[in-house]
Ligand binder design. Structure first.
Ligand code: GLC
Length: 789
């Protein structure tokens, strides 16, 4: 069986770089084992086409770009064929862009970068001025700490988590640290915003333990092998496009270097340079794709719980929202709605008329989303199982039998989403739910999670033509499931698909929103949710959220209040909890909790047009919706490690309280004038303030000079949005500008020009003028009102 070389869906995440005039603009090394391609002037692709010749077993002399990790005994000293071939190719094909200097240093340049490679394949990337930006490390590597089997066993017996040999790499790249680096990104990993000094593993992992901090939790549900390096005078990103198990040692083993290794697959990574973090994200999402415009209602409030077990219960839940004057657009139905946890079935005893229920709810302004897991119950006579078996749609053992493990339905089999036929089959099943009025699908357990031990590495995914092993497919399994669901929903509903996924790989943003999986109702998880969502955004996944209130264990009224406040601008805005935990709908506690909860739901609903504008911006540029302060104040080192504040777009700053009992907190306000959202007090930034924050107050500030589009108060989001727009204007002496996007909020007609872009201008006397930058959607606002503060 061939496992190499396999480039999963080249067109999926790389198509954009091969489009149009970017194609091979500067291909300086071709036909050689190592290829450096300038995709654009600022994005380089470094790709070893024939990695087998670099494999550890072959022991070539590779100490830099490709470092043999083990065994570490003598590597042959003679020059390898690839070195020679490389030089030949450089001198042969490089024309004026590349040269070979006296020290056998090969160099070429783009309009932004100088690239050089020595005869041991050490790569150095410099600015045009010659400042090193990113260089292969040429010094000695730290020996890994070694423990005897006996020591490991002893430590494990005492309950310690010992990572011994779990992360064995077949190859790695090692880059010098200059001492001024701050790292962001890497998806949903635990811990703080800055990843410097930690090490992580990319291996999609379902671990319900209370994950808080690396080093215990190296891996979580998502594998997004992309990070951004901020240095004093430059920013760059590295996208390590390898979906086998990979490891990222971000200066954990040594303060001299950081390294990235992979268990298998190809060496294939992108160096992405920019002036700003925003540039790097823009270029990364140009490679991997952006989150398309969502349906408007998906930006509203979502209520969920594992355990809503009957039609009556769901109806009463909706009525409770309405009777308590609580905005709500979506109710999620967890596995309880299915017949014996069989995907694409409905338990007719508990939900005798799902269509009737969805219609009734939609009349009240509330939609239903249902969960779908990949694990398919083994049961003869069940259509999914029978069709899948008959057509060989499931993963197999190496002997060719269908592979079984255990998930919610008991004995289960796993669809092979690497096959386009299987994806189409799976996607077409969404019709069963769409026809019953279901508005979106929540994909869970797609790491894939399994209860009878993990899937062995050699489980086979037959695919369309080339079979792949589990070790190769694991990190893209959830991604491909989300793709199948997105494409299925697009076909069966004709609307912009709403998909949520737990497992992801780079590029999943094209198909799905994501949540951070099974957190707990603990204050440390509330605190961690901020850097986690911000890093996901900087990793190209903008439409994300946490389980508000916490999934596992029991929330408290105070924790719930602080969580809804901290999340009030989270792109995905969903309260969800586990079956055996305390109920945490807003009315489950006291009057004060209900009132506070309502205040923040209502606040969120007023800002929906601003959030939607940010989604439009994201679809054009990849800019996340919520952003760390460093994205807009890159020259202010005070914000590089700001873990407990975030910006919504570039003009709202939120500083949630994340400590039990705290009624005051320090807030750092970057340069400029900031207006306290609640009191309208104007505060000069560039300093810390001590902010009072009683339980009903989440500190929020608006940058003076901002125009922010809002809606009148609504409890449900109508298709096409509200009829009236209120421009909240936070005055300043200078004129203000704002572009606002509007369309029908449901389907793809915007792709045919059916949208409006309003251009608002407020002059220094406070007069508003409006022009249209684009007019293609008939339903203009009935009124646009200015409200100045
Ligand atoms: C997983 C999900 C959780 C869901 C549960 C039952 O633990 O992460 O959100 O409620 O399964 O389906």
């Amino acid at each position: 069986m061939s496992t190499f070389p396999w480039k999963y869906e080249l067109s999926d995440h790389s198509c954009s770089i091969y489009a149009g005039d970017l194609l091979n603009k500067y291909t300086n090394v071709s036909g050689t084992p190592l290829q450096i391609e300038a995709v654009t002037d600022t994005t380089l692709r470094i790709h070893a086409r024939t990695l087998e010749s670099f494999a550890v077993e072959q022991r070539p002399k590779l100490t830099g770009t490709l470092t043999a990790v083990s065994p570490s005994d003598d590597l042959p000293q003679e020059k390898t064929a690839c070195d020679a071939a490389l030089r030949t190719a450089f001198t042969g094909t490089a024309s004026s862009d590349a040269s070979q200097n006296n020290q056998s240093l090969l160099t070429f340049a783009t309009k932004a970068l100088q690239i050089s490679l020595d005869d041991e394949l050490h790569l150095q990337i410099c600015s045009l001025g010659g400042t090193p930006l990113c260089s292969d490390y040429t010094g000695k590597l730290q020996e890994a700490e070694s423990l005897t089997e006996e020591e490991i066993e002893q430590m494990r017996e005492e309950g310690h988590v010992v990572h011994a040999g779990d992360d064995a790499c077949r190859f790695q790249i090692t880059k010098s640290l200059y001492g001024d680096e701050v790292f962001y990104g890497l998806g949903d990993k635990t811990g703080f915003l800055n990843k410097m000094g930690y090490d992580y593993t990319m291996w999609n992992t379902d671990n319900p333990d209370p994950h808080v901090e690396n080093p215990t939790f190296k891996a979580l549900y998502k594998s997004i092998p992309f990070f951004i390096t901020l240095r004093k005078d430059c920013v760059y990103g590295i996208f390590f496009d390898n979906h086998y198990k990979t490891s990222f040692d971000m200066g954990y083993s040594s303060t001299d270097y950081y390294s990235i290794g992979a268990a298998d697959g190809e060496l294939d990574y992108y160096f992405i340079y920019g002036d700003t973090i925003a540039d790097v994200i823009k270029n990364y999402t140009a490679l991997t794709g952006r989150c398309p415009l969502p349906q408007l209602w998906t930006l509203g409030y979502h209520q969920s719980r594992w355990g809503y077990s009957s039609q009556q219960e769901v109806l009463e839940l909706a009525e409770n929202f309405i009777n308590n004057d609580l905005p709500c657009d979506v109710i999620h139905m967890d596995i309880d709605y299915m017949d014996n946890y069989k995907v694409f079935t409905v338990d007719k005893n508990k939900f005798p008329d799902l269509s009737g229920l969805s219609n009734t709810l939609q009349d009240k302004g509330i939609r239903l989303v249902t969960i779908i897991d990949p694990g398919t119950k083994v049961e003869k006579g069940y259509h999914m199982y029978d069709e899948g078996v008959c057509n060989h749609y499931f993963a197999q053992t190496p002997e060719g039998d269908i592979y079984e493990n255990v998930v919610w339905p008991g004995d289960s089999v796993f669809p092979d989403y690497t096959s386009s036929t299987v994806r189409n089959w799976w996607g077409s099943q969404t019709k069963l739910l769409v026809d019953q009025g279901i508005s979106g699908i929540w994909n869970d357990m797609n790491e894939p999670a399994s209860f009878r031990g993990p899937l062995p590495e050699n489980v086979v995914f037959p695919g369309d033509d080339i079979p792949r092993l589990h070790k190769e497919v694991h990190n893209v399994y959830g991604h491909l499931m989300a793709k199948a669901t997105y494409e299925g929903l697009k076909e069966t509903s004709g609307k912009r698909p709403f998909v949520i996924t737990r497992a992801c790989y780079s590029g999943s943003q094209k198909y799905s929103t994501a949540w951070t999986g099974d957190n707990q109702s603990i204050w440390t998880h509330l605190k961690m949710s901020i850097p986690q969502l911000l890093n996901l955004g900087m990793s190209g996944m903008p439409f994300v959220g946490t389980d508000i209130g916490g999934f596992g264990s029991n929330t408290t009224p105070e924790l719930l209040c602080r969580w809804i406040q901290a999340s009030c601008f989270a792109p995905l805005f969903r309260n969800h909890c586990a079956k055996f935990s305390r109920c945490q709908e807003p009315w489950q506690f006291d009057r004060q909790t209900l009132d506070i909860y309502r205040t923040y739901l209502k606040l969120r609903y007023r800002f929906i047009p601003y959030l939607y504008d940010l989604f439009y911006e994201e679809s054009q540029t990849g800019m996340p919706i919520i952003r760390p302060l460093v994205m807009h104040y890159q020259n202010d080192p005070e914000v590089y490690e700001c873990n407990d504040e975030y910006l919504v777009g570039d003009r709202i700053l939120v500083a949630p309280v994340t400590d039990q009992g705290a009624h005051v907190r320090p807030v750092y306000l970057p340069e400029g004038i900031w207006v306290d959202y609640w009191t309208k007090e104007r505060i000069e930034g560039g300093k810390y303030i001590l902010q009072d924050a009683p339980l009903d107050i989440c500190p929020i500030y608006i940058k003076a000079g901002s125009i922010i589009p809002t809606w009148p108060q609504l409890n449900h989001i109508p298709d096409g949005g509200a009829k009236e727009l209120i421009l909240e204007y936070y005055t300043s002496d200078a004129p203000a500008e704002y572009c606002h996007y509007q369309d029908n909020g449901t389907d793809f007609s915007y792709e045919n020009g059916e949208y409006n872009i309003y251009h608002f201008h407020i002059d220094s006397d406070g007069h508003l003028t409006t022009s249209m930058d684009h007019q293609g959607y008939d339903h203009l606002y009935d009124a646009v009102r200015l409200s100045a503060h």
